[in-house]
Design a binder for this molecule. Structure first.
Ligand code: DLL
Length: 431
């Protein structure tokens, strides 16, 4: 069995708890001393760094939400002097919703190591050719798996997303053995490879797919079409990016890198910590990062935790695939989309707030459509004017969201009015 950092991945429970407790106490002291925002939050609930001595004290700390990150944007939660920070990554979204995470060089090393653990758990070695087609840039997918692959010492193809023809050509020419991308893109690549009759020319043995929900059926389908074993990987920008947890060959949940990230499962309504095995919201605390350590960050992802022994020998706690979210965030083609962002664009472009967002998954690819009513004035315009309005809306939506929906302008009063809450989102995907 291969591990990237065996001593941590297979540590005894006692050793892990000692490491976690020491790192937690140090992190709490660090943020209390360096971040006024945390000091205020902790003072408000009457907890001091001296109260946090072990992982058992974790529930004493206040929970943190995306709103806190938004309030503190951009530098309010930076816990080191600016000259020590070397990188930012960010989630997609409006300025109001944007989350910016900071990294020191050692923070990046930790993140890369977490991704290296995922690659090694998927059978990766320095003899592999790792093809990374997660997006590079502010999105964490590309930089995370790229860094992990370097740590493993594999040959890394920093492809980024898009240009499927070129992706496949490189994959064939360079003999890529490990593919890293979203599961929907993997499914699309699989289809295209088969269509082009290139199935025999690819050498992929493993795929590391995450950033969005995907089903077991989708996993089997991709595995069969590409002739590889597909591993799930989870993470979020706020906590560092991909590699917060990763799957091993058992494929029954993702091991959390709990020497760096403590995980709790809470009741999303009461905030109470739930016992292991109960379904609730995942909450993470980063305990080794310096630039942007988050304490008890509410992910809004619903999952179940398990300490059942794993056949891979890792003792790291496992989380299930996320089973949904407690907020209205949609993940469309791997991109986080808040309906409020769409509404803001519509109103800015002069449309009435009568719209529907329709999402479907066809052949594992997300179809994304925004239907919006025209005002009576727009409706009486010429066809050319209406087409121009549609183009303007499409380009505003694209620049806000980073992905392009199909935009359909409909006649005034054509979208069914609801007697209760408006039905704005029709998500037909079965995941
Ligand atoms: O999606 C980081 C990532 C990149 C993970 C590449 C895996 C691979 P964000 O854009 O901040 O970060 O989105 C985070 O995506 O809270 C989940 O709701 C969702 N998500 C991430 N991984 C998975 C997964 C990256 N494996 C949000 N399954 C999270 C289901 C996932 N949902």
């Amino acid at each position: 069995m291969n591990y990237f950092q065996r001593e941590m991945e297979c540590a005894s429970r006692e050793t892990m708890r000692d490491i976690q407790s020491a790192r937690l106490a140090e992190t709490v002291r660090h943020v209390y001393d360096h971040v006024a925002y945390y000091r205020r939050l902790m003072d408000k609930c009457g907890v001091t760094p001296a109260d946090i001595r072990s992982v058992d004290d974790l529930p004493k700390l206040p929970l943190l939400t995306k709103d806190d990150l938004r309030d503190a944007y951009p530098y309010g939660l930076l816990a080191v002097p600016l000259e020590e920070a070397v990188r930012i990554q960010s989630t997609s979204g409006t300025t109001g919703r944007r989350v910016v995470a900071f990294y020191t060089q050692p923070d990046i090393d930790i993140w890369d190591e977490c991704c290296a653990r995922a690659i090694v758990a998927a059978g990766g070695t320095r003899a592999d050719v790792v093809h990374v087609c997660y997006g590079y840039g502010l999105f964490t997918g590309g930089p995370g798996l790229n860094g992990g692959s370097h740590k493993v010492g594999a040959l890394t193809l920093p492809m980024s997303s898009g240009n499927t023809e070129r992706q496949i050509q490189f994959m064939v020419d360079l003999g890529a053995t490990i593919l890293c991308c979203t599961p929907s893109y993997a499914a699309f690549l699989a289809e295209t490879i088969i269509e082009k009759g290139l199935r025999d020319k690819i050498k992929l043995k493993a795929g590391i797919f995450g950033a969005e929900a995907w089903s077991e059926e989708m996993r089997r389908d991709i595995e069969q079409k590409l002739g590889l074993k597909a591993y799930d990987i989870y993470g979020l920008t706020e906590i560092s990016g991909p590699g917060v947890s990763f799957e091993c060959a058992e494929q029954t949940g993702m091991h959390v890198n709990e020497d760096h990230f403590l995980v709790e499962c809470i009741d999303p309504d009461t905030g109470e910590t739930l016992p292991e095995g109960e379904k609730g919201e995942a909450v993470f605390t980063s305990i080794s990062k310096k630039a942007f350590p988050l304490l008890r960050y509410r992910t809004r992802d619903i999952c179940v935790l398990s300490r059942q022994p794993c056949s891979c020998g890792r003792t790291l706690i496992k989380m299930s695939k996320p089973m949904g979210r407690t907020d209205d965030m949609l993940i469309i083609r791997g991109v986080n989309v808040f309906p409020s962002q769409i509404e803001a664009v519509l109103l800015n472009c002069g449309f009435p707030p009568n719209y529907q967002i329709i999402i479907d998954r066809v052949n594992y690819t997300d179809n994304f459509e925004v239907q919006v009513e025209m005002t009576p004035e727009m409706f009486s315009d010429t066809v050319k004017d209406i087409a121009a309005k549609e183009d303007e809306l499409l380009s505003s939506l694209k620049s806000m969201l980073g992905i392009s929906p199909k935009v359909t302008l409909t006649a005034p009063r054509s979208i069914t009015r609801s007697e209760g809450k408006a039905v704005r989102i029709i998500d037909k995907r079965k995941i």
